[in-house]
Design a binder for this molecule. Structure first.
Ligand SMILES: Nc1ncnc2c1ncn2[C@@H]1O[C@H](COP(=O)(O)OP(=O)(O)O)[C@@H](O)[C@H]1O
Ligand SMILES: [Mg+2]
Length: 403
């Protein structure tokens, strides 16, 4: 990056290469976050070379961003972003394209100098203690960039060697990671032949050759098919089991919901909401049921038939008078009740189903609260969940609806 002061030679930005950051790592000492599962501890013990700085847990939160600002010329891309990530937890940094997620991550990962505010990783200042920060983190970008002509195992051994392990230790570590990331079968295959999900797994595994304190995953599932996406989700879960603090950026509410202990929503460089997935959901409309009658003239009758299912005013006919929505307070039970009543009244339906609020809905609602900011967002989307959002939600059963 242009204003990156003195980049170490072995250190690559996610733009040049999305290889995990391989700064001049040193082998750090043992860490105990107190949150590891029995399985994770077993893996740890076997790893031998595994360890990290003890600062994260000893000195409080693993990540502290305090009023971070980044300007590109006249444009302020990050405008006073503050949040904390307790050691051993997963933070989802959620925001639409251009919100400032990558810029924020790059400041935290010392790839960009902040124009204002400060940040600490594992207790180290991202400006005055850059090399300590770099030894404490792992960063992957949106695409893995490994040596395509080498096998998965060879890539891992190479990483271990680059990071100062001797041959035997590097090999041992490679085997452990291949097993931990379910890549043993792919070990002898060239990385160039890997599927998207396998690539992402080997990329992340390379970043874990030496255990980092904090892992940054910048939109790790963007552009992946549903199965590979699931692979990445499993990795994030494993990281949490290992007690590694993870900052994950995503454009998908459901992904942040599924993987994060806490969510920070950013839009136009500002934090607009923060909380657990449940807290955020409480702030936006919950699941609703959408009824599309075959004959729009039936809408008024449907409204009467379902009137008692929701408080007055929460049963809505859409502006084009083609559909009606009802809050699905009891999830599928509400849906079943609606279908039962309409069937009993012999009303023909084109479509009926449960809908979750889309990311657009969440942003609309949240930005409503920041005066004057919501106007163009509100103008650009009155249509409810997009097909893409619905497709995104289709990857897994909706836990909200089941509650
Ligand atoms: N190097 C740069 N020069 C100028 N503008 C930039 C640069 N990097 C990012 N931006 C702008 O800053 C905003 C935030 O970008 P980014 O952090 O990449 O968002 P996100 O990762 O949330 O999609 C965008 O409007 C983007 O165009
Ligand atoms: Mg980005």
């Amino acid at each position: 990056m242009r204003d990156d002061p003195t980049p170490a030679t072995t250190y690559r930005t996610p733009v040049e290469s999305n290889r995990p950051v391989t700064g001049p790592w040193s082998l750090p000492e043992k860490i105990d976050t107190g949150r590891r599962s029995a399985h994770a501890q077993g893996v740890d013990a076997a790893q031998g070379v595994d360890a990290a700085h003890a600062h994260g847990s000893a000195r409080g939160p693993a990540v502290v961003a305090d009023g971070l600002v980044k300007r590109f010329g006249e444009f302020t891309a990050v405008d006073g972003v503050s949040f904390e990530v307790p050691a051993g937890t997963v933070l989802g940094l959620l925001g639409p394209n251009g919100a400032g997620k990558t810029t924020t991550v790059n400041m935290l990962a010392t790839l960009l100098l902040p124009d204002g505010g400060s940040a600490r990783i594992a207790g180290y200042d991202v400006v005055s203690q850059r090399s300590e920060v770099r030894k404490s983190i792992m960063l992957t970008g949106q695409f893995a960039a490994l040596d395509e002509s080498l096998t998965g195992r060879e890539n891992l051994v190479l990483f271990g060697r680059l990071l100062g392990l001797d041959k035997a230790a590097a090999r041992r570590r490679a085997e452990e990671l291949l097993e931990a990331f379910n890549l043993t079968e792919a070990a002898t295959r060239r990385v160039g032949k890997f599927s998207g999900g396998m690539r992402r797994r080997i990329d992340i595994a390379c970043g874990l050759v030496v255990r980092p304190e904090v892992v940054f995953l910048d939109e790790p599932t963007t552009g992946l098919d549903p199965r590979s996406r699931q692979d990445v989700w499993n990795i994030v879960t494993s990281l949490r089991d290992l007690g590694i603090t993870t900052l994950l950026t995503t454009q998908y509410l459901e992904e942040a919901d599924l993987l994060s202990d806490n969510i920070v929503v950013i839009d136009r460089g500002r934090v607009i909401a923060e909380g657990t997935a449940d807290e955020l959901k409480d702030r936006v409309s919950g699941t609703f049921c959408e009824v599309v009658p075959s004959y729009p003239d039936d809408l008024v009758k449907i409204e009467e038939l379902l009137a008692d299912l929701a408080p007055k005013g929460e049963l809505r006919i859409n502006p084009t008078r083609t559909a009606l929505t009802v809050p699905a307070t009891d999830g599928t039970t509400t849906l079943v009740e609606i279908v039962r009543r309409l069937d009993a009244a012999s009303i023909a339906l084109t479509d009926v189903g449960l809908r979750r609020p889309s990311l657009d809905d969440v942003f609309l609602k949240l930005t409503d609260r920041t005066a004057g900011e919501a106007t163009d967002l509100a103008a650009s989307d009155q249509s409810g969940p997009s097909d893409q959002d619905r497709a995104d939600l289709a990857f897994r059963p909706d836990p909200g609806a089941a509650r």
